[in-house]
Design a protein around this ligand. Structure first.
Ligand code: FES
Ligand code: FES
Length: 160
């Protein structure tokens, strides 16, 4: 396919210059740049596995045209924290067992971090609505929302 215009944006603070192919979504472009933490799930904007923040707003990158990222700041799960220096929200997902298979987790924590960054959105009863763009096929929503509201203390030696 013919190339379209070059775009520049930053991913987790690192500048990326790329030439998206016509119709290419941001998710595919990010994975071409080895951002494999951005997962390939449904490809139809339904599951949230591909969620990244674009200028702080969670978006489904599988339905976000790559060319629209021009000039934007992209944050993936790997930009929140790293093994050994996890972001607080990532550490709480670990502590609360907020993942089972983990496939949804990178998108979940990206959305959770955006929710937490907005102080107006801390009412726990709002979480089901705020998380509706992120599906967990394991249905482990209780531990996920616990991780976000930081109320979960895993019972000693328990198994989820
Ligand atoms: Fe993007 Fe499912 S892969 S929403
Ligand atoms: Fe398996 Fe969410 S932990 S899909």
């Amino acid at each position: 396919a013919a190339a379209v215009a070059t775009v520049t944006f930053d991913v987790n603070g690192a500048r990326v210059e790329a030439t998206p192919t016509p119709g290419q979504c941001l998710r595919t472009l990010l994975r071409e740049h080895e951002h494999f933490e951005v997962k390939k799930g449904c490809d139809t904007g339904d599951c949230g596995a591909c969620t990244v923040q674009v200028d702080g707003t969670p978006v489904h990158s599988c339905i976000y045209p790559a060319f629209r990222a021009n000039g934007k700041h992209i944050t993936t799960a790997a930009g929140l924290g790293q093994p050994g220096s996890l972001a607080p929200v990532q550490q709480r997902f670990v502590d609360a067992a907020g993942f089972q298979c983990g496939f949804c987790t990178p998108g979940m924590v990206v959305t959770a971090a955006a929710i937490e960054a907005d102080a107006a959105l801390t009412d726990p009863s709002e979480l089901p609505r705020l998380l509706k763009g992120n599906l967990c096929r394991c249905t482990g929503y209780r531990s996920i929302t616990d991780a976000i509201v930081d109320q979960h203390t895993p019972p000693e030696g328990s198994c989820h």
